[in-house]
Design a protein around this ligand. Sequence first.
Ligand SMILES: CC(C)(COP(=O)(O)OP(=O)(O)OC[C@H]1O[C@@H](n2cnc3c(N)ncnc32)[C@H](O)[C@@H]1OP(=O)(O)O)[C@@H](O)C(=O)NCCC(=O)NCCS
Length: 290
Amino acid sequence: MNTHELELKTAYWDDPAARNAFKEFMMSIHGLDFSVWESAGFWDDAYTPFSYFHNGDVIASVCMYMLDAVIDGRPSKVTQISGVGTLPQFRRQGLNRRLTDIGLEWIEGKQVGVFLFADAPAIPFYEKCGFEALPDYAECIEVESTVSRGGAVKLDLDRPSHIDLIFDVAQRRAPISRKFGILNPKLVMFHALYLLRDFAFQIPELDCVIFCKRDGERLQIFDILSEEIPPFEQLYPYICDVHDRRVEFYFHTDQLELKSVRIKVLEGNNCYVLPPFPMKNVVFPFTCKA
Ligand SMILES: CC(C)(COP(=O)(O)OP(=O)(O)OC[C@H]1O[C@@H](n2cnc3c(N)ncnc32)[C@H](O)[C@@H]1OP(=O)(O)O)[C@@H](O)C(=O)NCCC(=O)NCCS
């Protein structure tokens, strides 16, 4: 299709018709309903769309999500590409490549690294756009059987007061890692309201919220929101179970004062970066993934 017949729009979140068209597009391409995030008030202007419109509908789109990062202890910005798609009848006409180029031009000079997590069928597309695979990892430790001291409160994401409580800590949180941490509270809220909705716990004594899930002998920890990240030894008694044998962390654990940390490659995450990316061997924080 000739792009003259299309309207290119960006930064249109304050245009209700265009924003609704985007939400419908995301529902049709990815089956993702943004309403829960939006109605809770966490829609993020840092998530910047570049979209082709045809008769009021989004037919191809890319979002550049500007993230506040800490890399090797220094404040920085990185971009995650997300919300990528072209309606089936408009594919293979160069539309998404063009939008990606426009988006990449827009972020130039504003940030230090671009990354994304690809659905497997889209990998050839990203390779054509110049992206390269970068392995994604988790960090793991073995643990001894320990009896919980109690004191962790399960949060209920249907309760506005619990949503407020998480957002409050998310806004004043310390980066989970000084190696690679991300500080976008509204993105954390996306995870809290969707994938991690059943796995949020408050530890009032430590003024912290932890997202974690138990799966047999494995405890998965997705994020810890706190003004000061507590050492793991202090945190673990609140959330442990006698059956735990292994704990997996979906972020760098440099602040948890752990010993004997192993690295586990996360297969199938399909992380891609645009060279040059400022880091190798990155554990991308779970709650930074959009
Ligand atoms: C992946 C997707 C966004 C590509 O959009 P598109 O508008 O068709 O892409 P373009 O036409 O701009 O393609 C750019 C290049 O990638 C190639 N390409 C696109 N899709 C491809 C595919 N599935 N396999 C191989 N090559 C592909 C094109 O041939 C073109 O190559 P060229 O520059 O040599 O001509 C689209 O197929 C889509 O929406 N897929 C479903 C949703 C999805 O997977 N989104 C990504 C989630 S991470």
